[in-house]
Design a binder for this molecule. Structure first.
Ligand SMILES: N[C@@H](CCC(=O)N[C@@H](CS)C(=O)NCC(=O)O)C(=O)O
Length: 214
């Protein structure tokens, strides 16, 4: 296949190496053995949807494919999975049919979103001392405490015959991103840190470290 056509056939992840939602998709791509190009969004303050692969929400990640663009980490991961062969056994959010599992997934994604708001607020020069900021921080600390208390039982309740779960990938990306961006001290979360240490032995984790794109 000529290089230009091959390039077009290769999906493009649009995101940043420092973004936890982007890392979810890169871990999935590595686990699914999908070859992709990576397009860095240089300015997260841009208000041009084209900079985000056309996403009107002005968010990363997106996945550009010949069929169209997929917005958001979960959509991207599902499309990467559909493209994989053989398809690994993935546990998706809708498969989590016990409260501890479903709530863990909800709180991981909410904690990630809260972290984005805190970081973007700081970037935009918002005061760290306003009431909403304080409430977001309190919510984040509460969610992390809940996850620390419930991670062991949630992880034990995942179907044992899986290759991967969205819950584990998102939990790993959340905890390690809190450390990377220094948003909260995480040393006291021993269950979460143990989980991250175990999960970090995967090649997909070694291949996708957080870093600031230059
Ligand atoms: N629902 C989206 C959320 C993505 C998101 O919030 N991404 C962050 C970066 S990790 C972002 O684009 N932030 C830019 C902003 O908040 O303006 C997903 O699941 O992918």
């Amino acid at each position: 296949m000529p290089a230009a056509i091959e390039e077009l056939a290769r999906p493009v992840i649009i995101g940043r190496s420092s973004s936890h939602f982007t890392r979810i998709t890169r871990i999935f791509a590595a686990e699914m053995r999908i070859d992709y190009s990576f397009r860095v969004v240089r300015d997260l303050m841009s208000s041009n949807p084209e900079d985000y692969g056309g996403n009107p929400a002005l968010r990363i990640p997106s996945l550009q494919t010949p069929q169209g663009v997929w917005f958001g980490a979960l959509n991207v991961c599902r499309e990467l999975w559909r493209r994989s062969s053989p398809r690994p056994r993935v546990v998706w959010p809708e498969d989590l049919d016990e409260p501890v599992l479903a709530n863990a997934q909800e709180l991981v994604l909410q904690a990630m979103a809260t972290e984005v708001s805190l970081i973007m607020g700081k970037l935009a020069d918002a005061s760290d001392s306003n009431a909403h900021h304080a409430k977001m921080r309190k919510g984040l600390v509460n969610m992390m405490s809940w996850l620390e208390e419930n991670a062991r039982s949630a992880l034990a309740a995942l179907p044992p015959q899986r290759d991967l779960s969205y819950l584990e990938v998102t939990l790993f990306c959340l905890v390690t991103h809190l450390q990377f961006r220094d948003v909260l001290p995480t040393a006291s979360y021993s269950e979460l840190n143990d989980f991250c240490q175990r999960f970090a032995t995967r090649a997909s984790i070694q291949e996708t470290p957080y870093r600031f794109d230059t």
